[in-house]
Design a protein around this ligand. Structure first.
Ligand code: NI
Length: 251
């Protein structure tokens, strides 16, 4: 049994959600946590958690939305996160990859949503790209908030900083890529703080790299972790489920 702790599920990417979920179940994926991180995808995400028993959500405004997210959006978000199947806030964070013009707005949006996480005792799902230092600095302002560093692909040193802060690392398809250095980081830190995720429809793991990703490929990521750590796929499943249940309250 597996849980995909972070993916996106939108009719923009998949023609038939029922088929996606059926294929997931056949592949041993019992539950998925989908992330809505724009105004529209938050509404779409919320519509699925009411309909599908095995679907949970994290919602929150992605840093790419920093210039267009209003206080009204955030007031609405505060109401939306109170749904019992919203298990966290995210993906939120900082993305300096495309330039730094909106860096202050990104940080402001990030902090406002960290405040919500603190107020409602919800974990956060962090998107951090080319912004490690500032991400760590802001997370440290909220020592009571815990979360998942989604799609982690940093150095061993960075991994250790996040772990020392009580954060989990979301590991997906990148670990299966031939030139990825992530494998050696995992071999150092082990599975204690690892969550499995696909980030589908992006970043499909080998042997389906380049294709549209789906939660059904989670076992390929687990298999790779097992190879790296000399563990059976069942052991990887058990351990990562434990981690998932410790962070997210999936009822
Ligand atoms: Ni994502």
């Amino acid at each position: 049994m597996f849980i995909d702790t972070h993916c996106h599920l939108s009719l923009e990417d998949y023609d038939d959600i029922d088929i996606v979920l059926k294929e997931n179940r056949e592949a041993g994926i019992d539950k998925i946590i989908i992330s809505g991180c724009t105004r529209e995808s938050i509404v779409e995400t919320l519509s699925y958690i009411d309909v599908y028993e095995d679907v949970y959500a994290t919602i929150g405004y992605h840093p790419s939305e920093a210039l267009i997210t209003s206080d009204d959006d955030l007031s609405l978000l505060e109401k939306q996160i109170q749904h019992h199947k919203v298990v966290g806030i995210g993906e939120i964070g900082l993305d300096y990859h495309y330039g730094k013009e909106d860096i202050l707005e990104q940080q402001d949006l990030f902090r406002k949503q960290m405040n919500l996480a603190q107020k409602y005792h919800l974990p956060v799902v962090i998107h951090s790209r080319d912004a490690t230092e500032d991400t760590i600095r802001i997370l440290k302002e909220y020592p009571n908030v815990k979360g998942d560093i989604h799609c982690f692909s940093g150095s061993l040193e960075t991994a250790r900083i996040y772990l020392s802060m009580g954060y989990y690392l979301g590991i997906g398809g990148v670990v299966t890529f031939k030139n990825s250095k992530l494998g050696s980081v995992i071999q150092e830190i082990g599975l204690d703080s690892i969550l499995l995720e696909t980030d589908s429809p992006y970043l499909a793991p080998e042997p389906n790299r380049g294709k549209k990703n789906s939660s059904k490929y989670i076992p390929d990521i687990a298999k790779k972790l097992g190879e790296l750590l000399d563990l059976s796929i069942d052991e990887v499943s058990r351990k990562t489920l434990q981690n998932t249940n410790r962070l997210f309250d999936l009822q």
